[in-house]
Design a protein around this ligand. Structure first.
Ligand code: CAA
Length: 384
């Protein structure tokens, strides 16, 4: 009769199942993927074998049909083991969300089963060298020509570029009218004229390739447009409303991984004749880390529930969860490094990697400054 405000047995079972896979088959590859800046193929294979590589794809397209909360839990658990690997389910959701929200039945039928089966991943191409926070300032152009569109431009900071087979590309179809002149398309890696830049040399998430995507006279059938002409920017923003929740989940997972490692260490490490966990100064740090993490997780799950229901306040909740959880992940991973002292600063422990990985969650899918713009606009509109 009453909502008891707790995870369902199904959600708890999903967490247990993903954790088992990640402890056994994802965590062991994390340090190497980071060290060599290599896509963790073995982790991808393990996630695909257990259907956690794109859990959000609905059952009608051959997917696992996980709801937004279950998908967040999957991403959180993968991130606890390896942040780079968590971008596999996260970016598959990001890339396909415009299709799910606005694609034609035919386009969904053509592409979603291939992501569900693991045949290909889907990346999201919004940003450009001169259009980051100001996404509507993009210049990539799509010109209609006899039943086709011809795309030209450069997309930058594209997660999993080169590894993914499919790309949602946002491009200007009607110049001079800003956001209303942008449309979305499905582009395939194999389309003639598609190529990739060198992998970016990044601070963290090194196992997830980030590259430029070059579109040089890429001619695609007009039925690859997602939704109506001019609706691309709104689709991009609606997508981010949903997927900022997944970045919040990623941040929660990274923070949990760091807290787990710090808790294990402070119980073992002895100084001044006793485990450092016995010192109140250390306990206060642990308490703050736990408290912040709990709050971030609750906000993330509340946002995931709104994503699943499509509530009007999702825009606010998605931004709030992403902003809060990523700031928490940065603080917790930094404190975890501090608790391990000199050891935390070395690659003998995973904390320095987690701290570097946490940083990106404050930047991508909209900087935390952009999240505050989004939240403030919603507050001023009276949506909250
Ligand atoms: N839902 C539906 N429509 C929306 C919307 C939303 N959440 N947000 C905006 N729109 C619509 C608006 O209604 C408006 O249309 P109308 O004029 O008809 O009302 C139109 O889009 C333009 O909106 P704004 O005027 O608000 O646009 P803006 O230019 O002021 O930009 C912004 C707003 C919030 C700053 C936006 O540009 C933004 O979010 N920037 C950050 C971009 C971003 O997050 N990039 C991340 C890249 S992806 C990534 O990082 C992935 C990865 O690697 C993992």
């Amino acid at each position: 009769m009453f909502d008891l405000y707790q995870l369902s047995d199904e959600h708890l079972a999903i967490r247990e199942a993903v954790r088992e896979v990640c402890d056994a088959k994802v965590a062991p590859n994390a340090a190497e993927a980071d060290e060599n800046s290599e896509f963790p193929q073995a982790s991808f294979d393990a996630l695909r074998a257990s259907d956690f590589h794109a859990p959000h794809i609905p059952e009608e397209y051959g997917g696992a049909g996980a709801d937004a909360l279950a998908t967040a839990i999957v991403i959180e658990e993968v991130a606890r083991a390896c942040a780079s690997s968590s971008l596999i389910p996260a970016v598959n959701k990001l890339g396909t969300m415009p299709l799910l929200l606005s694609g034609s039945a035919d386009l969904k039928r053509r592409y979603l089963p291939r992501v569900a089966s693991g045949e290909g991943m889907f990346s999201y191409c919004l940003s450009e060298p001169e259009a980051g926070s100001d996404a509507a300032a993009m210049t990539t152009r799509a010109i209609y020509d006899n039943g086709h569109y011809v795309l030209n431009g450069v997309k930058r900071w594209i997660t999993n570029a080169g590894v993914s087979d499919f790309y949602t590309v946002f491009a200007v179809t009607e110049p001079g009218i800003g956001a209303k002149g942008i449309s979305a398309f499905v582009v395939e890696k194999s389309d003639p004229g598609v190529s990739f830049g060198a992998p970016e040399k990044k601070l963290g998430i090194k196992g997830s390739p980030t590259r430029e995507v070059y579109l040089d006279q890429v001619r695609i059938p007009a039925d690859r447009m997602i939704g109506e002409p001019g609706t691309g920017f709104a689709s991009a923003m609606r997508t981010l409303d949903h997927t900022r929740v997944t970045i919040a989940a990623q941040a929660v997972g990274i923070a949990q991984g760091a807290l787990d490692a710090a808790l294990a260490y402070v119980k073992e490490r002895k100084q001044f004749g006793k485990p450092i966990a016995d010192f109140q100064g250390v306990q206060f740090m642990l308490a703050d880390m736990g408290m912040r993490l709990t709050a971030a997780r609750e906000l993330t799950y509340a946002a995931a529930a709104r994503s699943e229901r499509g509530d009007a306040d999702l825009t606010y909740f998605g931004a709030a969860a992403k902003c809060f959880a990523s700031d928490v992940a940065m603080a917790i991973t930094t404190d975890a490094v501090q608790l391990l002292g000199g050891y935390g600063y070395t690659k003998d422990f995973p904390l320095e990697r987690m701290m570097r990985d946490a940083k990106i969650t404050q930047i991508y899918e909209g900087t935390n400054q952009v999240q505050r713009i989004v939240m403030a606009r919603q507050l001023l509109k009276g949506v909250i």
